[in-house]
Write a protein that binds this ligand. Structure first.
Ligand code: PBG
Ligand code: ZN
Length: 329
């Protein structure tokens, strides 16, 4: 008897036709899982391309309405906001002004597309002259002073109508302080998407060009060390204790192990952020003819799901929605 006659398990049986493959697919990407980041530049009057992220635009404030209407029509329900400020100062005080770029943008989206879930990034690096994510004192970012300012910014965003806040400056205690302040001010319904583990990553390079962040130095003293998986789990646990509604891992691709371990340790929804450098790596390889774009992107997004993500923040969200509309994915 040939050894093949004894083969009981033949995994290829379930791969024989597209219908069979679809029947046993474990993970799918739904538009309702995707968050589209948006860049809003207060200093321009026409949309401008971002050289480091081909296909992504910096929008003038006047174009925000049509962009969110477009996204909504395509089926995207969640946007994460990044401002490109021309009112920078030492502390990034524009972020907590009721007339600042962030609050203006939140109100604009709320008015033009009431159902869109608005998730501002809560940080200072796009609003500070030195480009750090907080208040610099004696060459260091002062944790507790920065948390005070994060609270001010969060309250301004909540007053403007934000549904969910995504504090990204990686200060200790930021989630708890924001949660308490929101509750006290009558915003107990506003959610917190915690950048539970944001690693100090080179993959943020294209984003820093996009937002004209003039960072001199690095963020290694506040963002997590990419060598540390266990420390990442501690960070996430602390954010959960402080009242985070959703925990996020950022970037995505190099940190799938962290995502998957976190999935074993928390019952909270998990998000992952496919950052600018991950977008750029795919996009430039596609432009060079080295990768098939649709297939590569879907493989990365499904990979995030397989690793345990419920929610994916991706610059590709809109393009995926367009491919779905055309039926190509
Ligand atoms: C800073 C911030 C960063 C990103 C979003 N907010 C990273 C950084 O500059 O350190 C990165 C997003 C991306 O790379 O797409 N608070
Ligand atoms: Zn920042």
């Amino acid at each position: 008897m040939s050894p093949l006659q004894l083969l009981v398990h033949r995994p290829r049986r379930l791969r024989r036709t597209p219908a069979l493959r679809q029947l046993v697919r474990e993970h799918k990407v739904d538009l309702r899982d995707l968050i589209q980041p948006l860049f809003i530049d207060e200093g321009i009057s026409e949309a401008r391309p971002i050289e480091t992220m081909p296909g992504i635009l910096r929008l003038p404030e006047s174009a925000v309405r049509s962009e969110v209407e477009d996204l909504y029509r395509l089926g995207i329900r969640y946007v994460m906001l990044f401002g490109i400020s021309h009112h920078k100062d030492e502390e990034g005080s524009d972020t907590w002004s009721d007339e600042g770029l962030l609050t203006r943008t939140i109100r604009r989206i709320r008015q033009s597309c009431p159902e869109m879930v608005i998730i501002p990034d809560v940080c200072f690096c796009e609003y500070t002259t030195h480009g750090h994510c907080g208040v610099v004192r004696d060459g260091h970012v002062d944790n507790d002073k920065t948390v005070e300012n994060l609270v001010k910014q969060s309250l301004a965003a909540a007053r403007a109508g934000a549904d969910m806040l995504a504090p990204s400056s990686m200060m200790d205690g930021q989630v708890g302080a924001i949660r308490m302040a929101l509750d006290k001010a009558g915003f107990s319904h506003v959610c917190i998407l915690a950048h539970a583990v944001k690693f100090a990553s080179s993959f943020y390079g294209p984003f820093r060009v996009a937002v004209e962040c003039e960072l001199d130095g690095d963020r290694d003293a506040y963002q997590a060390d990419y060598a540390n998986g266990r420390q990442a789990l501690i960070e996430a646990h602390l954010d959960e204790e402080q009242g985070a509604d959703i925990l996020m891992v950022k970037p995505g691709t190099p940190y799938l192990d962290v995502l998957s371990q976190l999935r074993q340790r928390t019952e909270l929804p998990l998000a992952v952020y496919q950052v600018g450098g991950e977008y750029a790596a795919i996009k430039f390889a596609v432009l060079a003819g080295a990768l098939n774009e649709e297939r590569t992107v879907m493989e990365t997004l499904v990979g995030f799901k397989r690793a345990g993500a419920d929610i994916i923040v991706s610059y590709y969200a809109k393009q995926v929605a367009q491919w779905m509309e055309k039926g190509v994915v």
